[in-house]
Design a protein around this ligand. Structure first.
Ligand SMILES: Cc1cc2nc3c(=O)[nH]c(=O)nc-3n(C[C@H](O)[C@H](O)[C@H](O)COP(=O)(O)OP(=O)(O)OC[C@H]3O[C@@H](n4cnc5c(N)ncnc54)[C@H](O)[C@@H]3O)c2cc1C
Ligand SMILES: *[C@@H]1O[C@H](CO)[C@@H](O)[C@H](O)[C@H]1NC(C)=O
Ligand SMILES: *[C@@H]1O[C@H](CO)[C@@H](O)[C@H](O)[C@H]1NC(C)=O
Length: 497
């Protein structure tokens, strides 16, 4: 029996509708008639079902649904439409701004956790993946069939949101983004219909779902290409403590290296920047993966190491593919089913850029070495290699999918957490990250173009339509108008009509 209580959680529009029509009893009985679990304010379990990964946000959904089938998702969608609620889906719940909870109070949240099967077709090697799976569990399940796919490192990130807006990991230079592997999707549209989107069926919807999926419906099944797991992986980690000037030079050296004529696709990496040992210095790390034969690695990295100071520390970890996924995940396990997710209280920004010119690198490192020292929030910057010679990410046309920023060399993530990762989040954290981004953008040469990464979604970003979707935005708007004319699926930074 579902008890429905009045709370400030309900959206104003929905409340007015319910008062005006006396529909509350109807909603309550409609919810109670569902043959799957739904939690509303006041139910036990509602509080934990409404908690955001990023504790900077607290929202009260009007209801949290736990469907088991696409038909159930359709039922939840239709109830949202009937009673005037906005409907969003949550897969892993790792949205940076809690958009899996609607990014505000009063939404219907369709939690996809029961969509957790993974299978691999023995002939085509196409995987069928429930969107509620977490990346660690996907990696384990694919690996048991000898297969793998490109995806991010954190085991608890959901494949649902991740594959809908990008999906970057160290194998992406070779295999592309997670969304590039998608062959077809089953999706529940806002009229409640359950449709297939692929290159041959609803192909315009398929285009939109690969880059902006959250705005178009609820994906209930993902069919994706897989790859033979590499037979050997080498994870490398180097660290330096450098003056700002030396850090800027090392950045230039890495840029020159990754754009060298012969960099193999099997090489991938990111620079990890942090607070240095004293004011004026920067912690400069290089972490990445080499997915070719281990005995070739030293020759691949040698030209870079020849152009930078001797690292203060270095570590090579050679092993199986799945061991590398677990190692990069940082938790000592990939299976997420037994231990609950953690939380953080954080703010993050991103830039997707061509190579930085020296004025930008210098200003950026100077900023990190000065304003970045002794801050009251913890921070790091990851300069992720999307491009470089012959990157599979770059080899896709910018209008082939909704994911527009295909020509980027870097995706730079700027991330800062409240002390101990718990609220309150100090406002100085916003200022710190704005300054980091500005040190790059304000020193850009004429004609320098940049974007931002929708999986690192930033609610304080202005001009996000252009930065996330570039020239693809107008087409996304017209498809939003076509597929969701009444804006049922809506949340901060959703595609507008
Ligand atoms: C600790 C951490 C590490 C990360 N590491 C990486 C990384 O290495 N590489 C990288 O590329 N990204 C990384 N990310 C970013 C991550 O890719 C995004 O946050 C991603 O969108 C999370 O997906 P989710 O399903 O967990 O989130 P959710 O909050 O569930 O969903 C995110 C968005 O997608 C929508 N959505 C969810 N499920 C569906 C569905 N089934 N159908 C349609 N829309 C849906 C939601 O409504 C929401 O708008 C990381 C994030 C965190 C918090
Ligand atoms: C994770 O662990 C659970 C419990 O031991 C098990 O049932 C499940 O199959 C494991 N998942 C994967 C993907 O290996
Ligand atoms: C892609 O980026 C490179 C710099 O990395 C630039 O030289 C080139 O003009 C860009 N191409 C397009 C099509 O924007």
């Amino acid at each position: 029996m579902v008890r429905f209580s009045f709370t400030s959680a309900l959206s104003r529009a929905a409340l007015l509708f319910i008062y005006a029509t006396g529909a509350l009893a109807d909603l309550s009985s409609d919810l109670a008639a569902l043959n799957f679990q739904v939690l509303v304010p006041g139910n036990s379990g509602y509080a934990s079902a409404s908690a955001a990964f990023n504790r900077r946000f607290t929202f009260q959904p009007a209801a949290v649904f736990f469907p088991k089938t696409a038909q159930d998702v359709s039922s939840a969608m239709k109830l949202g439409v009937k009673y005037g609620f906005q409907v969003v889906s949550r897969s892993g719940g790792h949205s940076y701004i809690a958009n899996g909870l609607g990014g505000k109070s009063g939404s219907f949240v369709v939690d996809m956790r029961n969509f957790n099967a993974v299978s691999v077709d023995a002939n085509t090697h196409i995987a069928t993946i429930g969107p509620g799976n977490r990346l660690g569990d996907v990696a384990l399940a694919l690996n048991s069939a000898g297969r793998a796919m490109p995806h991010g490192t954190c085991p608890y990130v959901g494949i649902g949101g991740h594959s809908g807006h990008g999906g970057y990991g160290f194998t992406s230079r070779k295999w592309g983004l997670t969304l590039d592997t998608v062959q077809s999707l089953e999706v529940v549209l806002t009229d409640g219909s359950i449709v297939t989107a692929s290159g041959t069926s609803n192909s315009d919807l398929f285009w939109a779902l690969r880059g902006a999926s959250s705005s178009f419906g609820i994906v209930t099944s993902i069919h994706a290409n897989t790859f033979a797991a590499p037979s050997s992986t080498t994870i490398f980690e180097y660290n330096w403590d450098l003056t700002a000037a030396a850090a800027a030079s090392a950045l230039t050296a890495f840029q020159n290296f990754v754009n060298g004529p012969s960099l193999p696709q099997e090489f991938a990496g990111e620079l990890v920047l942090g607070s240095g040992s004293s004011k004026g210095r920067v912690s400069f790390g290089l972490t990445g993966g080499w997915y070719g034969p281990a005995n070739q690695y030293a020759a691949v990295i040698a030209p870079f190491l020849a152009t930078v100071p001797t690292p203060q520390s270095k570590k090579l970890t050679v092993g199986t593919y799945i061991a590398s996924v677990q190692y990069l995940g940082g938790l000592g396990r990939l299976n997420t089913t037994t231990i609950p997710d953690s939380t953080d209280t954080f703010y993050a920004k991103s830039l997707m850029t061509p190579p930085l010119v020296s004025a930008q690198g210098t200003a950026f490192m100077n900023y990190l070495a000065s304003q970045g020292f002794g801050t009251n929030t913890d921070w790091f910057v990851e300069v992720e290699l999307y491009g470089g010679t012959n990157s599979a990410i770059n080899n896709v046309a910018s209008d082939a999918t909704a994911f527009a920023n295909r020509n980027s060399t870097w995706t730079i993530q700027f991330y800062t957490s409240a002390p101990n990762g718990v609220p309150p989040f100090p406002s100085a954290g916003f200022t710190l990250l704005d300054g980091m981004v500005n040190s790059i953008v304000n020193n850009s040469p004429a004609g320098w173009t940049y974007g931002a990464y929708a999986n690192y979604i930033d609610d304080r970003l202005t001009n996000w339509q252009h930065l996330y979707y570039g020239a693809n935005y107008p087409r996304l708007q017209s498809l939003k108008d076509q597929y969701d004319p009444n804006d049922v699926v809506n949340f901060p930074l959703a595609i507008e009509e």
